[in-house]
Design a protein around this ligand. Sequence first.
Ligand SMILES: [Zn+2]
Ligand SMILES: [Zn+2]
Length: 256
Amino acid sequence: MKIAVLIPYARPLWFSHIMYRLDLHIHTPASRCFAETQTDNISRKIVCRALESGLDMIAVTDHHSVEYVDKLRLAARQTRLVVLPGVELSTRVGELNEVYLLAIFDEHKPKGELDRLLADLGIECRHQGDCHFRIPVGLETIIAEVLAAGGLIISDHLDKTPPRQAFFPEIISKYNINAFELKNISFSSYLQENFAREEGLSQQKVLSQAAPFHFFTFSDAHRLDRIGRRYSEINLSECSFRALQQLLNPNNSDLI
Ligand SMILES: [Zn+2]
Ligand SMILES: [Zn+2]
């Protein structure tokens, strides 16, 4: 099933903006839960599958590992596919054991810098690829380290269970997260469930109130045939990390 376009609000669309198809949550054999058994030439296969799915940009987001970021970048070098290096991080906050973040970086971010980030977060070799590992430093520190490394943060899986959904207000107000990947609930029903009913607002109003936030859906592919199964179509000035950063953090003066 393909679900697209979960951006409730975008900056004014200049005519130069083009709609790009993004899947910024893709796993590789660097994740232990990767479900593909035939991993020969897998980087090339992932790139081919992404292109066949009509994707313009992907992010490699293995669990606590950046082992495949260079392999994917290399495999995509002669193609039009933009590959962003990234990592999926998980931690706990209080009683909530499942707080997930996608940390996504510039196309050219050296892998060595990402390795250092993982080390700074207390992720040892034995934790890399492990989806059950929980980063020992607090969420605040994780976010600060990722931002200091020039990364973008998208909260993922937050719509999956009621306890996680209940964390939504806190992650916005206390942790200043403004980008979310929704998995199982459509954007409109999610907002209606969580905001509209109490506030008695029309969906239109909710959408405008949600203006500072960005909602995406991605595949979270753990197998080749899942790549691009879900994606987001987004208007960007160009197909690049920088354009994505401008969309999510338009007030960041470093970008102007
Ligand atoms: Zn996994
Ligand atoms: Zn994942």
